[in-house]
Design a protein around this ligand. Structure first.
Ligand code: AMP
Ligand code: ZN
Length: 116
């Protein structure tokens, strides 16, 4: 199995996990870009947003609700946060197992800059 996030799901690799249920896992990003940087992933291997199907509408919503609940629990909701899905090469995706980034803890700029 060469997917790093599948290894976290199965327990073959450890992560700083904050949440797990039948469908999803959330853990801290190993290379945080903001003071709080979490990843919320489906337990099932889905390579990217481009691979999702109609049958996964509920799963995608579930991942976002988990992000919102974690933000609430970590007291991030008052100041706000950002959820990001990088998809494909131009989107900057480096791990090919779907993940929702939850970024928080400082104000962020918009829009995203081109890669230098
Ligand atoms: P992306 O560029 O959207 O594919 O994001 C992948 C993210 O996964 C990056 O922010 C990495 O720092 C993070 N990452 C990669 N491997 C691990 C790991 N084993 N545990 C936690 N985060 C990871
Ligand atoms: Zn995977």
């Amino acid at each position: 199995m060469d997917c790093p996030f599948c290894r976290i799901v199965t327990g073959d690799d450890t992560a700083d996990e904050l949440y797990r249920d039948e469908y999803a896992v959330a853990f801290r990003d190993i290379n945080p870009q903001t003071p709080v940087h979490l990843l919320v992933i489906p337990r099932r291997h889905i390579a990217s947003l481009a691979e999702v199907s109609d049958g996964e509408v509920h799963l995608l919503g579930h991942l976002q609700v988990i992000a919102a609940q974690l933000a609430e629990q970590l007291d991030l909701a008052r100041d706000g946060y950002r959820c990001v899905i990088n998809c494909g090469r131009h989107g900057g995706q480096t791990v090919h197992h779907f993940h929702l980034h939850l970024l928080a803890g400082r104000a962020m700029g918009w829009p995203p800059f081109p890669r230098s």
